[in-house]
Design a protein around this ligand. Structure first.
Ligand code: SF4
Length: 246
């Protein structure tokens, strides 16, 4: 893994994602190395995704400055990288950004695949408006290793989701992208489990094949209409509020 310490000029960027005003990404690159990751496409990144991380070492101070001048809005943390990928243990950039955000009490929405987020629940709890979304694409940890090789295991993620929920922090789950060989036969058990945990809502999305993504063309034939209907039916059965991502 190539790690580069870099200097960031800006911290917040305008977000086009629904319900977010800004995005904040403490790292560029992501060692979770999900094979379906859209981020290199979004960022027009040519380096091998999953094999490098740029660490924006001055980001917390740049952010603190911007928070004094920009109009307050909801910040999505981790829109094109996982803010709790393993290197966060060493640099604590996400934590330091949270400390700056808490001083001004800006609304935050965190998205992760990592149970390292548990480390920061003490801070996150103190925000007035906050939520944490966990991406969970399957219950099959063998399939997870194939598609999301260096991410937290499914049991670790479920445990983090449960613990976050228990602490009274609003949680949601992103089931996406839906890939038949990843979700396998686990869809019903997954949605049933999310109902038991009591998440706020489930967001789901089909696989969107981007230029340069290799090994996914076989999924072009997937009947996503059928899968989406199945998700809606299961969510109604297990009382989980659900919504399609785009
Ligand atoms: S965790 Fe997210 S940003 Fe990181 S490789 Fe996976 S999909 Fe991409």
């Amino acid at each position: 893994m190539e790690v580069n310490e870099v200097i960031a000029k800006t911290a917040l960027s305008k977000s086009n994602l629904p319900s977010l005003d800004y995005s904040l990404n403490p790292y560029r690159g992501c060692s979770h190395a999900c094979t379906y990751c859209y981020a290199p496409f979004v960022l027009r990144e040519k380096r091998a995704w999953g094999e490098f991380v740029d660490v924006k070492i001055n980001l917390p101070s740049v952010l603190a400055r911007e928070l004094s001048t920009k109009q307050k809005g909801t910040i999505g943390i981790g829109t094109v990288t996982d803010p709790y990928q393993p290197i966060e243990k060493k640099y604590e950039l996400t934590r330091k950004c949270l400390e700056a955000l808490l001083k001004k009490d800006w609304p935050i929405s965190i998205q992760t695949k990592s149970d390292l987020v548990l480390r920061d629940l003490d801070l996150i709890k103190k925000f007035r408006e906050k939520d944490i979304g966990f991406t969970i694409t399957t219950l099959d940890d063998g399939a997870r290793k194939r598609f999301e090789p260096h991410s937290s295991s499914i049991p670790a993620r479920l445990n983090a989701l449960e613990e976050t929920s228990r602490k009274g922090i609003k949680t949601w789950v992103f089931l996406g992208p839906i890939i038949p060989d990843l979700i396998g036969e686990t869809l019903e058990d997954l949605i049933k489990g999310l109902g038991e945990i009591g998440i706020d809502h489930l967001l789901f999305d089909k696989l969107r094949i981007k230029p340069g993504m290799k090994g996914f063309s076989e999924y072009r034939r997937t009947d996503y209409g059928r899968i989406e209907n199945e998700i809606k039916e299961l969510c109604s059965k297990y009382k989980v509020k659900c919504q399609q991502a785009f």
